[in-house]
Design a protein around this ligand. Structure first.
Ligand code: ME8
Length: 508
């Protein structure tokens, strides 16, 4: 996220036949916070989308009595609406069944083949048709499928397929990892991938000939679904037909993924790009998992805390966004529960932030008819001087929690200023200059909060902006907006509804 380079972030493309849940929302929200922060500093772009090929999709379509295309078309809208529900704003949504994606996949395949990295071979092994999985001989149990819920007989299957010479990129990948420890974060995932690289990589099949729901290859067969899926990150930038456009501006980008797909993104995908003489992704961050409710009670009004739509209904998108990024370090697993969410909603958001706005604007209304006094240059201006850089650095390094901690230090400072300086006493004692200085600090401090919080809580930070009586929205270039004294004297504030009205637990 350097000021000189345009910023590009992607989420995984989600399996179209899956059900959107809180984990998908998590990656989507994190990508949105990243790109909103980046947009405050220069050109930035975010991509999400759907992964629509593969045998499972074909089977599900058949079961639903539809063609695969009809089936994926019927499911795409529910994934398209995922980001907007969480107030996440993506520049593009790619579907792997779109012609623009097919063109890019075939062009990449041709490049890799021309390089001598794609060759024909026989893909064979023990296959369980029910599970659609190849099993190594050593894994079979009494010659049957090792999946405890299946245990059906397996068959020897042999397919003529295209293979990618992944082994050729083993040494370059090792060197790349060693020279760029930040290529994959957090450290735990980096260590895991290093272990795989040290073990050695084998070539693997990048096409299938036993089914046909995929991108067809000229000589027969279809592309393997993961090979096809990874390419979405550059097909959405128009490579190769429009390689001088978005691709030239935004590639290489950064991939945000869950930890289970690190191997595809940091070993296979970079090798594919290398083979096609294209730049590797700039960075990959493999975040942790949201686990079940960890045995914690789920409120009666919510059947399932993992359903992100219900959570948004109950708490609003901004509170959910805040909770997910404040609750745990981004690389770690964590569990969520409605109780924890409610608690953070009521304390951090309602008491700390919401009451700060309410109290400050109420005092301004009472003592100064709601008009912002002359700018002061006191303690708060010194405190905030480094804040934009700190917050931006934390966000760029995916330390969302730490970024919010820094912002909350300002919230705490402003609340403390009220408690310690007691504006009601200043007023009673006729100490008007000090009262003006304090009221200005509070209003200007909240203007800063509104700008800094915009990437995390776009709707509520806009409400703060509006209650301060400001025009437009807090979506601004930080370099211009975060200058102390930006709030003009005489601005008529406009107190409104509480930001985060208290949410009571359901009656027992
Ligand atoms: O893997 N906690 O798609 P997918 C946190 N199509 N994040 C979670 C999560 C959880 N419990 N569950 C899912 C695929 N995610 C492929 C990707 S990319 C070229 C192809 C998030 O629908 C997380 O980002 O299974 C994870 O990597 C992704 O959803 C998996 O989504």
């Amino acid at each position: 996220m350097s000021p000189s380079r345009p910023f590009y972030v992607t989420t995984p493309i989600f399996y179209i036949s899956g059900t959107p849940h809180i984990g998908h929302a998590y990656t989507t929200i994190a990508a949105d916070v990243l790109v909103r922060t980046a947009r405050a500093h220069g050109p930035a772009r975010a991509l999400t989308g759907t992964d629509e090929h593969g045998q499972k999709v074909a089977n599900a379509a058949a079961a639903a009595g539809m063609t695969p295309q009809e089936y994926v078309d019927s499911l795409a809208p529910r994934w398209r609406e995922l980001a907007p529900v969480f107030d996440a704003r993506f520049d593009d949504f790619i579907r792997t069944t779109e012609p623009r994606h097919v063109t890019t996949c075939l062009a990449l395949f041709d490049r890799m083949r021309a390089k001598g990295d794609v060759y024909e071979g026989v893909y064979e092994g023990w296959y369980c048709t029910h599970d659609e999985t190849f099993w190594p001989e050593a894994k079979l149990i009494d010659g049957r499928c090792p999946n405890a819920e299946c245990r059906r007989p397996v068959q020897w299957l042999s397919e003529k397929n295209w293979f990618f010479r992944l082994s050729k990129y083993n040494a370059p990948l090792l060197a790349h990892f060693r020279a760029n420890p930040d290529f994959l974060r957090p450290q735990s995932r980096y260590n895991e991938m290093m272990a795989l690289l040290e073990e050695g990589l084998e070539d693997f099949s990048i096409s299938r000939s036993s089914f046909d729901w995929g991108i067809p290859l000229p000589g027969g067969g279809v592309l393997y679904v993961w090979y096809d899926a990874l390419i979405n990150y550059i097909s959405a930038l128009g490579w190769p037909d429009d390689a001088d456009g978005l691709f030239a501006e935004f590639w290489p980008g950064m991939h945000l993924i869950g930890k289970e797909i690190a191997r595809f993104h940091t070993i296979i995908w970079p090798a594919m790009l290398w083979s096609a003489d294209l730049p590797l992704p700039a960075r990959v961050f493999a975040h942790g998992w949201i686990t079940g409710d960890g045995g914690l009670k789920i409120g009666k009004s919510l059947g399932n805390a993992m359903d992100p739509y219900l959570l948004v209904e109950e708490f609003g998108a901004d509170a959910l966004r805040y909770f997910l990024l404040r609750e745990a370090p981004f690389g770690s697993d964590f569990s969520i529960s409605v109780d924890k969410l409610r608690q953070r909603h009521n304390s951090d958001l309602g008491n700390d932030l919401g009451n700060l706005l309410r109290r400050s604007l109420a005092m301004l209304a009472k003592y100064r008819d709601g008009l912002v006094p002359e700018p002061s240059d006191g303690r708060v201006s010194e405190f905030v001087a480094d804040l934009p850089v700190l917050v931006r650095d934390h966000v760029s390094a995916l330390r969302f929690r730490e970024a919010l901690d820094e912002i909350w230090n300002l919230v705490a400072l402003l609340n403390r200023a009220i408690d310690e300086q007691k504006p009601w006493e200043l007023h009673k004692a006729g100490r008007g200059v000090e009262l003006d200085a304090l009221l200005y600090d509070l209003c200007e401090g909240m203007r800063w909060l509104s700008v800094l919080l915009f990437p995390f809580m776009p709707t509520k930070s806009t409400a703060i902006w509006e209650q301060l009586g400001l025009e437009g929205t807090p979506e601004r270039a930080w370099a211009d907006a975060l200058v102390w004294g930006g709030l003009a004297a005489g601005t008529q504030t406009n107190p409104g509804a509480p930001l985060f009205p208290r949410i009571e637990p359901p009656a027992a």
